[in-house]
Design a protein around this ligand. Structure first.
Ligand SMILES: [Fe+2]
Length: 467
């Protein structure tokens, strides 16, 4: 059974999905609306919508007042010296704003060497290509030495363990291990000045599935019951069960993906500032997702629930969730005020954002140097991600395309015949080897919950048991 799906899409072709037009999806989806909301909650939902619009507006004003400074930043040293835990004040900001820049995770020299090595790899294999077609910045490359090293670097592992603690787990039996990672072999961006890229405001990790899949919908239970203030985006127990690609990427536009990510992120491989081809956030967790999820029910803007239409604005089955700039779709988001570019980043800084955070990419790159990043998500070990672990192990060993990226073969080669691609010797840590299925997870580590121990056993069984 294929239980995989989802997305993210570091920076895949999601911008090509469409514009602000919200089509009727058909009768099944209007029925879905009626299934999601229960009559006993209708009154509370209409009241909650009013409160939500007021609070959203207030939070957008707070973002607009500070601009890029609203994006929190912390030094990696401060995490290290705090028992490898994000200090409380920054953890609070990350929870509220859904994003965090971690300064100096790697030395600038290390990050620049990684970029140089990657560019050399591209030069050695001129057939490699990427997106946009003809003038790529997001390269269809998954197993360069740079990527293999960066994903497994001891400081990457250290960072992922620290950020994994930001989520709470109220179920010790939950089959999720936030301190163990699975490699999701995403791509790498080297974007030259002057290049235009269309990657409009969107949220990763699926689209219609947040409403349609019962397990995924359960993550947002409080929102659908008229109590969005009680929703906690940082409860992990229910999240990994959500099916994030019910349609297996049916639109084949590369905007879905098949892994559960607690956070998406990248390490900067260049100096880059706002307006120079980098990322922009709507840095709010508390109200933006409730707004997105309730918007299909308040489509008429009269404050009353409606179930007749089958519109789910921005959601296209088989595609990623797009929040178009068209104010007709999401007028209350006030895109021009609420979405801000990140502050200046240096090579070796890490940018992290929650799976539910709205983000986009600078359309233009007005700088005079490349804007380069290596995508590395926080991808915890859980049943859903064991599929990814097996696939990444296969793809790493033979250099073929990872499952989510097979469609790239219509544009260029895989890396199977490249002898200079990343090999086992380039995996820089034991945890990095585990994340690629090259070494067993430690089931006897002190302090594991029952669920952590069990999921490690399941992963070991899936990777290492003899048929
Ligand atoms: Fe994205």
């Amino acid at each position: 059974m294929n239980t995989r799906t989802v997305t993210s899409v570091g920076e895949r072709a999601i911008g090509a999905i469409g514009s602000g037009f919200a089509p009727e999806l058909g009768e099944r989806y209007s029925q879905l609306k009626a299934e999601i909301l229960k009559p006993e909650h209708y009154e509370a939902l209409e009241e909650s919508w009013k409160r939500l619009l007021t609070e959203l507006d207030s939070e957008i004003e707070a973002i607009a007042a500070e601009g890029s400074n609203f994006i929190p930043q912390v030094e990696f040293n401060a995490i290290e010296s705090n028992s490898n835990t994000i200090p409380d004040e920054y953890k609070k900001l990350l929870k509220e704003r859904g994003c965090l820049i971690i300064r100096g995770v790697y030395s600038q020299e290390q990050a620049l060497n990684w970029k140089k090595d990657f560019v050399d790899y591209l030069k050695s294999h001129p057939g490699l290509t990427g997106h946009p077609k003809g003038s790529p910045s997001n390269w269809f490359v998954h197993w360069s030495r740079t990527q293999v090293e960066a994903r497994s670097h001891p400081r990457t592992i250290q960072l992922m363990k620290a950020v994994g603690k930001v989520y709470e787990n109220d179920d010790p039996d939950a089959l999720v291990d936030m301190s163990s990672q699975v490699v999701y072999p995403d791509r790498l961006r080297v974007r030259q000045p002057g290049k235009q890229v269309t990657l409009n405001l969107h949220v990763d990790s699926s689209s219609i599935e947040r409403w349609e899949d019962p397990s995924y919908r359960e993550v947002y239970k409080e929102i659908f019951e008229g109590e969005w203030e009680k929703w906690d985006p940082y409860q992990i127990a229910k999240r990994p069960a959500g099916v994030q690609d019910l349609y297996n990427g049916a639109t084949n536009n590369g905007s879905t993906c098949s892994v559960f990510r607690a956070f998406q992120g990248w390490v900067a491989l260049s100096h880059s500032k706002c307006g120079e081809g980098t990322i922009r956030f709507l840095p709010n967790m508390r109200t933006a997702i409730p707004y997105l999820l309730l918007r299909p029910f308040f489509w008429k803007d009269d404050g009353k629930l409606e179930f007749q239409s089958s519109k789910f604005p921005g959601a296209t089955p088989g595609s990623g969730q797009l929040l178009a700039h068209d104010p007709g779709l999401f007028p209350h988001l006030k895109h021009d005020k609420s979405v801000v570019g990140i502050p200046y980043v240096n090579p070796g800084d890490f940018v992290l954002w929650h799976a539910d955070l709205l983000h986009e990419v600078d359309r233009n790159h007005a700088g005079n140097m490349d804007s380069s990043v290596c995508f590395i998500a926080h991808t915890p070990l859980c049943p859903y991600n064991i599929n990814t672990l097996k696939d990444s192990n296969r793809s790493f060993l033979d250099g073929s395309k990872p499952a989510d990226f097979v469609y790239e073969l219509q544009y260029g080669p895989c890396e199977s015949s490249f002898e200079d691609r990343g090999q086992s010797k380039d995996v820089l840590s034991v945890d990095g080897k585990r994340a690629l299925g090259l070494e067993k997870f430690d089931v006897d580590e002190p302090g594991l919950t029952a669920g952590q121990k069990k999921i490690r056993e399941l992963a070991n069984e899936a990777l290492f048991s003899k048929e």
